[in-house]
Design a protein around this ligand. Structure first.
Ligand code: AP5
Length: 218
């Protein structure tokens, strides 16, 4: 089974993707995480992507599509995968279709997490992340057991550079202009399943599971 997670910045894609991957034994392919790893290691791609990420703009399509072709080809031998943060515009969605066609592979369902902008700002500016395992916490909505420290590995949590108010505003605008149109792209293919992303993490997890089951078992 191959899934796409769509939704605005802060919708909970990463939080839910980890749980869904554990449940269905999928590989999470998260473009943001992969790009931040390139930034940290100062690779050629990382150097080219840095200014776009820090400003909250999309990294150019040619860089992303090459990176994702490599990631999907590398991971598909392990079984199903969940694409988190890709595609992000219509050109990327079309490039993904071409790649899947070449590989004789397909997407089973695109889960769309819907959360109003008023809630997204609070979620993102209060987010803290583990540098080691990537788990996302929130200062108020989803705090770790011990303040400032990851529950899983005890690493000190950090705030992402693009989680400040100004950059979040730009990320939300970029989402509306460039990413939202691909919801229609997947609706036209009969692959989109909308989920209300407001509620507890457990409630939303259950709704996503119901959505996946309704697509995969029909
Ligand atoms: P990326 O890392 O993909 O960021 P994003 O899409 O903006 O998504 P986020 O990771 O911010 O949010 P999320 O939906 O995963 O939410 P989370 O679960 O953490 O991309 C970063 C940058 O990389 C882009 O701006 C761009 O520059 C570049 N990039 C990436 N992909 C690209 C592509 N394909 N093309 C071009 N450029 C690309 O949750 C957020 C917070 O809310 C957390 O604190 C969490 O604890 C909390 N939370 C989660 N669920 C709930 C809940 N139910 N109730 C309350 N709080 C909750």
């Amino acid at each position: 089974m191959n899934l796409i997670f769509l939704g605005p910045p802060g919708a909970g894609k990463g939080t839910q993707a980890k749980r869904i991957c554990d449940k269905y034994n999928l590989t999470q392919i998260a473009t943001g995480d992969i790009l931040r790893e390139h930034l940290k290691n100062e690779t050629g791609l990382g150097k080219k992507a840095r200014e776009y990420i820090n400003a909250g703009n999309l990294v150019p399509n040619d860089l992303i599509i090459d990176m994702m072709r490599y990631e999907i080809e590398k991971n598909r031998s392990k079984g199903g995968y969940l694409l988190d943060g890709f595609p992000r515009n219509v050109a990327q969605a079309e490039a993904l279709d071409e790649l899947l066609n070449d590989l004789n592979d397909k997407i089973d369902v695109a889960i769309v997490l819907n959360v109003p902008n008023s809630e997204l700002m609070a979620r993102l500016t209060g987010r803290r992340v583990c540098p080691s395992c990537g788990t996302s916490y929130h200062l108020i909505f989803n705090p770790p057991a011990k303040e400032g420290v990851c529950d899983h590995d005890g690493e000190e949590l950090f705030q992402r550079k693009d989680d400040n108010e100004e950059t979040v505003n730009n990320r939300l605008e970029v989402y509306t202009k460039e990413t939202k149109p691909i919801i229609t792209y997947y609706e036209k293919q009969g692959l989109a399943h909308h989920v209300d992303g407001v509620g507890s993490v457990d409630e939303i997890f259950n709704l996503i599971n119901e959505g996946i089951d309704s697509f995969v078992n029909n």
